[in-house]
Every structure is written in C-alpha cells, then in structure tokens.
Design a protein around this ligand. Structure first.
Ligand SMILES: Nc1ncnc2c1ncn2[C@@H]1O[C@H](COP(=O)(O)OP(=O)(O)OP(=O)(O)O)[C@@H](O)[C@H]1O
Ligand SMILES: [Mg+2]
Length: 303
C-alpha cells in the first residue's frame, strides 16, 4: 500500500495563513458529579499541527466532543474562524471542522468509495427534488463528488480499494478511510482522535507523512495520540491534559522537559524513542539466552 502524500495544492476548505482557526475558551464539561474537562483554553492557528496528550480518562475525547457539537459544554465557548460554533455536529462540520473517531465509525457494509461520498454530503448543494428526479444537475453533481472522493482516496493511498467493502479493510486502512471521509467535508480544521491506534510502525510513519501533507494543503490539525514519538515528531505545539485540566502547553522540548508532565504522564524523562531501552534489554537478554528447541509461541502484544 502506498500513500500518495505528494499531492500538492490547496484544499478547498484551506484557511488563511496567520488566522486563528480554533479558539476554545474555558471549556468545562460535567457529567453529573464528574468534571471530565475543566476550564480548558486551546487555540489552533492556520498552518499548525497541535497535539493533545494525557493519560487515559484525562478528558481528551470529551474535549473533542465539545469542539464538534456532540456535547454542549457546561461552560465555555468554542469559536471557529471567529464565529461561535453552533451546538449541532452537522453544523460544525458544515462550518469547517471535521474529525475522526477513537472507535472507528465507518459504514461497514458500504464500499470504501461510498463511505467517502457520505462524508461529502455537507458540501453537495443538490437538494431532495434534484436527487429524486435525477435530473442533469444531479448527475453532474454526483460525477463531481465521485471524482473528488477518488482524489481523496488516492491521497490517502486507498484508490485501488475503492470498491472493497469497508469492513474488509485491515484496521490501519480503516483509519485512513476515516481520514479520507473527514477530508471529504472539505474542512479547514481536522481533529484526529488516536489516528495510529492499532497501526504497525510502518503505517504509523506513513500516517505521519499523511498528516504533514494535510497540513501542507492548508488544513490545520489537532491530534490526540498516545504514541509520543508520533506526537513529538509531528506537532508544532502540544497541550497536556491531566484529570480534565490543561497542565502544560508548549513546543515538544518544553513539554518533554516539564517535570509536571514527566510526573503526571510520561513517568520518566522522554529520551530518544520510547521503548528503545526496553528493546535493547530484550536483545541483550536474547543474545545471552541458551537456544531452545521447543520455544513457546510468541505472545501478541495486547495493546
Ligand atoms: N458520556 C459520558 N458520561 C459520563 N462520563 C463520561 C462520558 N464521556 C466520558 N466520560 C468520562 O469522562 C472522563 C474522560 O473521558 P475521555 O474519554 O474524554 O478520556 P480520554 O482522555 O479520551 O481517554 P483515552 O485516552 O482512554 O481515550 C472519563 O472519566 C470518562 O469515564
Ligand atoms: Mg479518548
């Protein structure tokens, strides 16, 4: 599988350089007695890739849900390009914010292409009567939509699988399809919730390139991820949520060096690639181990 991240040009929803695309202020989300997000300020500028990290249950997905109209924040305000966002997810999409989900939400029994076409519906102007009567306007709009959907599949490296059923794609490709579907709404801001979860290292690197390519087309990106190497390679700025509150925000070096982050989240200083030390230890142990003939089958990494 190849990812055509060489596609140049500006995306239709691209934002103007220098603009503040997203401006969330004092966002609080309470569920009964639980405050999942507490007074979070976060902005994303045009041309930026911003990371949102934090331990499990820190409130990252809840914050995304507050940005995208799935939840109405208990307190606070979210603006996109200066306008307060309407509290309905389809209106937020129409305004220019698209997202992917931590738990993949594809139409499993539709084809790959059809899934992307569904993502385009906020941008197709043809109305109900045009669709029912299937007049020339409808056919023209449909052809244009299909052409754009194929372009996006090409962009994420899935064009050859356009006619496959979504449920038959390997996990990593389903995540890419979610990105293509999100891009189909021609956003100015893309929110990615754990885009590399379940991916192998090669797929993760390809996703890194894909996110850079999306940014290069003028789409700002806000990304949640637990893979620290991915986050620190990719992001211009990283915000850390802990127990619903923003603990620290800054560039990669600032965040990695912050003792509160180390204590609250990373556990130990982030040096080089996470896991390198463990891998070296395992290799050293294996080198000294006696060869065995009836080795137990390898245990799958259960993460
Ligand atoms: N709809 C809901 N009703 C009640 N509590 C909720 C709801 N959604 C989330 N929570 C709670 O809010 C807290 C934050 O959850 P959230 O899913 O936002 O965390 P997260 O940072 O995305 O974690 P992870 O890294 O595991 O995805 C958790 O305690 C969760 O149980
Ligand atoms: Mg989450």
């Amino acid at each position: 599988m190849t990812t055509d991240t060489t596609t140049k040009g500006t995306a239709p929803g691209a934002t103007t350089p220098g603009d503040t695309v997203l401006d969330a202020r004092g966002v609080t989300m309470r569920f009964g007695g639980l405050t999942a997000v507490r007074g979070v300020d976060l902005h994303v500028n045009s041309g930026e890739i911003v990371g949102l990290i934090g331990p499990n249950g820190a409130g990252k997905t809840t914050f995304f849900n507050c940005l995208t109209g799935l939840y109405i924040p208990t307190e606070g305000e979210v603006r996109y390009k200066g306008q307060v966002l309407p509290p309905k997810s389809f209106k937020v999409t129409a305004a220019g914010i698209a997202r992917t989900f931590q738990n993949i939400r594809l139409f499993a029994n539709m084809t790959v292409l059809e899934n992307v076409l569904v993502g385009r519906h906020t941008r197709t102007k043809e109305g109900l009567w045009s669709a029912l009567l299937r007049g020339p306007g409808f056919h023209k709009a449909e052809a244009a939509s299909r052409a754009r959907a194929m372009e996006l599949l090409e962009f994420v490296g899935l064009a050859e699988k356009a006619e496959h059923l979504a449920r038959n794609l390997p996990y990593g490709e389903q995540r890419k399809l979610e990105i293509a579907r999100a891009l189909a709404s021609e956003p100015g801001l893309l929110l990615l919730d754990e885009p590399t979860a379940g991916m192998n290292p090669q797929e993760t690197r390809a996703t890194e390139d894909l996110v850079f390519a999306i940014r290069d087309q003028g789409i700002a990106v806000l990304v949640i991820e637990h893979d620290m190497r991915f986050i620190f390679n990719l992001c211009d700025r990283v915000a850390v949520l802990v127990q619903g509150e923003k603990l620290v925000e800054g560039d990669s070096a600032t965040v990695q060096g912050d003792e509160r982050v180390v204590a609250a989240y990373l556990g130990e200083p982030f040096e080089g690639a996470p896991g390198d030390e463990e891998a070296a230890e395992v290799e050293a142990a294996e080198a000294h181990a006696e060869p065995t003939t009836d080795a137990a089958p390898g245990k799958e990494n259960d993460r």
